[in-house]
Ligand binder design. Structure first.
Ligand code: ADP
Ligand code: ZN
Ligand code: ZN
Length: 718
């Protein structure tokens, strides 16, 4: 097997005078700590790269990962200072070469330390186990399979059959472009099943954007695969699991016992020694981009990982590949562009299973409504008709709470958060003012805190208020059985309690709820058969947002949401997507009306190309947090000035530092600096050369008060 540079082969033992070998070990060091991620340790015997060990670090003993065996003792290390590996977790096979290459790439590309990325990719519980405890865990036995209980797969539609055949025939990453309800999930299932039956060791990784979406897919995978793979054949990995659960799932995947791993973005780092297929469902979803630590994109890493796995298979002399499928009804413009260029293989599945049409678009021109109209009479009429027919409606508003601001008419008081440059949101349900950025919460004051005026009023509208308004407007409407209408709300507030989300989904499925008000969390993935109307009541903000990705996200959200309607073909005929807008002529709505994602994408890509925006150029953001806005910006500008003098800065555009859209959060001032370049490679070279200067700039006198900084490569919002 070919290893990276300098990895010596197992037989090639290098002894120092005391006997034993020298190993370079990855230890957990944060990106900016100054401690290198690779430290040298002595051990009595040869260890393979990827072997997990426990090593002393300072006064502690930590989990480490053998990176390579050194041919000669480290030259700069005083032998009397040398430390020994404390113990070897030899019950675990070493992490394989493609896994190691994946974490090395992620660390390099996203500008973090190898130690941070490699060790945080391992389950936390592994850090605390000694070799004996580990041995005990690995002994647990897996329950047996029961082949007879297997549910038969439906016969593939012609589009599905074609997609599957092309998938088998191509070695390129595949972009499965299929409408909601076109049977994409069925394609993933079949591709997985075919592979797992053909190769007794093969493993499959399925990524979904949100934890909420795992139970549904888990049920489908279990129903189809568990009967012949056994219940242990399927493992889940996401942040909602307890540390022991995560460890168990991780071990099952690492040992090869689990053949399918279903997880959220963090599962991209699962150890899967026989990985042959990666599925990224809803690949356009922003949740695939991590917003803390190493700000990696699990979707992008999935494509990279498939290539690494294929190289590993080839190096092992296996004539197989690892495939990657990115699925979406509204692909990211990055993936769409890659398919246009022929770097990805595009597979289109335009038809819905059962032939149901996508809902028709109804635009309400708000310019023609009476002043102050929140819900137009046309929309209310359409909702009332649904209630009367026993059908459901979904009303989307992307703002939770009752009102975003509380304001005094007499003076200028507003419900400003004392810690942030943002207003606190009025939550009527528990009569609180809550900051959605820092969490600061107070009781709603009886009177204006500044002038004592009793008339403090909510400004603007959130989901709580919309729910209240809809209930009022529909009070006299009856369901087919003569009972009163039921309006409910689903957002991050209503689903916070454990089990609340499940209960609310169940109420919706049972038909108990007629009208559901919700944030975008309800628009994703869930399969609601009785919904025949979806309405978006404040989409306009995204049309003119400063964030150039806002239209892409709005289009995806509206397509996704309209995909919720009419999943049941008997009701599809009169399914509708309603949008209230002040700009009904906007081209985005023209494309939406025709369900024309390719048209929308072509127009957006042309604009991006003209502006040199991704995917036509590469970007990185450096974010800085400081006690003062001046310090945050000075740090960034100083670092940028130093960067501009590097030879690697040729062709790279460094913009001046600016405050972030919400400049102060929890009394910390935030600024950011955009770096842009036509070429991803050139940008990467600059970032690598810049890293030590950024660390150095922390000490610049003008940066006094700096708290932290972070580099965000390929940022999703700027
Ligand atoms: P998507 O993932 O594209 O939204 P799904 O795979 O969930 O679509 O399919 C939509 C619905 O159609 C599901 O209820 C699924 O069980 C059903 N379905 C998918 N493929 C077939 C098929 N070939 N024959 C019959 N029903 C199918
Ligand atoms: Zn006042
Ligand atoms: Zn706040």
């Amino acid at each position: 097997m070919r290893e990276e540079s300098g990895l010596s082969s197992a037989g090639d033992v290098s002894l120092d005078q005391a006997g034993g070998v020298w190993l370079s070990v990855v230890v957990p060091t944060p990106a900016h700590s100054g401690v290198p991620a690779l430290l040298s340790y002595r051990h009595s015997q040869t260890l393979s790269p990827g072997q997990l060990v426990r090593v002393p670090l300072g006064r502690r003993e930590v989990l480490g990962l053998v990176w390579e065996q050194l041919d000669v003792p480290p030259p700069d290390l005083d032998p009397t200072q040398a430390r020994d590996v404390a113990c070897v977790l030899d019950a675990l096979s070493p992490l394989n070469v493609s896994w190691r290459r994946l974490v090395a790439f992620a660390a390099r590309y996203y500008q973090r330390s190898l130690g941070e990325v490699a060790l945080s990719a391992l389950p936390a519980a592994l850090r605390d186990l000694d070799a004996t405890q580990l041995q005990r865990r690995l002994k647990r036995k897996a329950p047996a399979a029961n082949e007879d209980a297997a549910t038969a797969a439906p016969h593939p539609s012609p589009e599905q059959a074609e997609a599957l055949a092309t998938l088998q025939a191509t070695a390129l990453p595949v972009l499965l472009f299929g409408s909601t309800g076109s049977g994409k999930t069925e394609v993933y299932l079949r591709a997985a099943e075919t592979l797992l039956r053909a190769d007794d060791n093969a493993q499959v990784l399925v990524l979904v954007p949100e934890i909420n979406l795992t139970p549904q897919l888990q049920a489908r995978l279990t129903e189809r695969l568990a009967p012949w793979l056994g219940p242990a054949g399927l493992a889940c990995l996401h942040s909602g699991m307890t540390p022991p659960q995560r460890l168990a799932a991780w071990l099952a995947a690492h040992s090869g016992r689990s053949r399918v791993v279903l997880g959220t973005r963090l599962a991209i780092f699962a150890s899967l020694p026989r990985l042959r297929l990666i599925v990224v469902d809803e690949e356009h979803d922003p949740s695939y981009k991590s917003q803390e630590g190493a700000r990696y994109s699990a979707r992008d890493l999935a494509v990279y990982r498939a290539r690494l796995e294929t190289e590993r298979l080839q190096a092992d002399g296996v004539a197989e590949v690892c495939r990657v499928v990115l699925g979406s009804a509204t692909p990211s413009l990055e993936s769409w562009h890659a398919a246009e260029q022929g770097r990805y293989q595009r597979l289109a599945m335009p038809s819905r299973i059962g032939g149901g049409d996508l809902p028709a678009l109804r635009l309400v021109d708000m310019n023609l409504q009476a002043k102050g109209t929140v819900l137009s009479p046309q929309l209310m009429g359409a909702i009332e008709a649904r209630v009367a027919r026993g059908e459901q409606s979904l009303v989307l508003l992307n703002r939770r709470g009752y009102a975003p601001v509380l304001s005094c008419d007499a003076c200028d008081w507003k419900s400003q958060c004392p810690n942030c440059s943002a207003y606190r949101v009025f939550h009527k349900i528990d009569r609180t003012l809550r900051c959605h950025h820092c969490g600061h919460t107070d009781r709603v004051p009886r009177a204006c805190p500044d002038c004592g005026n009793l008339d403090i009023a909510p400004v603007g509208r959130g989901t709580e208020q919309l729910e209240e308004q809809l209930a009022g407007l529909l009070a006299d409407v009856r369901r087919p059985d003569g009972t009163a209408v039921k309006v409910a709300r689903m957002d991050a507030d209503s689903t916070r309690a454990k089990g609340a989300l499940e209960a609310q989904l169940a109420a919706l499925h049972s038909g108990e709820v007629d009208v559901l008000v919700g944030t975008q969390m309800v628009a994703k993935g869930h399969d609601f058969r009785r919904i025949t109307l979806v309405a978006s009541v404040n989409a306009d903000a995204a049309l003119f947002a400063s964030d150039y990705r806002a239209p892409e996200r709005l289009f995806a959200l509206l397509m996704q949401a309209s995909g919720r309607a009419g999943r049941d073909s008997a009701r599809a005929a009169h399914s509708e997507m309603w949008v209230q807008t002040w700009h009904p002529q906007h081209p985005l709505f023209t494309a939406l009306r025709a369900h024309d994602y390719p048209g929308f994408a072509a127009a957006e890509l042309a604009e991006r190309e003209a502006a040199g925006m991704p995917p036509f150029g590469a970007q990185a953001l450096v974010r800085a947090d400081a006690r003062t806005q001046a310090a945050a910006q000075a740090f960034l500008n100083t670092a940028a000035h130093w960067a501009s003098e590097l030879p690697e800065a040729q062709g790279v555009m460094l913009y001046p530092a600016v405050p972030t859209p919400i400049a102060r959060v929890a009394n910390v001032e935030r600024a950011q600096l955009l770096v842009e370049c036509e070429s991803r490679q050139t940008l990467q070279r600059l970032l690598a050369a810049w890293q030590p200067l950024l660390l150095q700039a922390r000490g610049a006198p003008e940066a006094k008060g700096l708290i932290r900084f972070a580099v965000d490569v390929d940022p999703l919002s700027i």
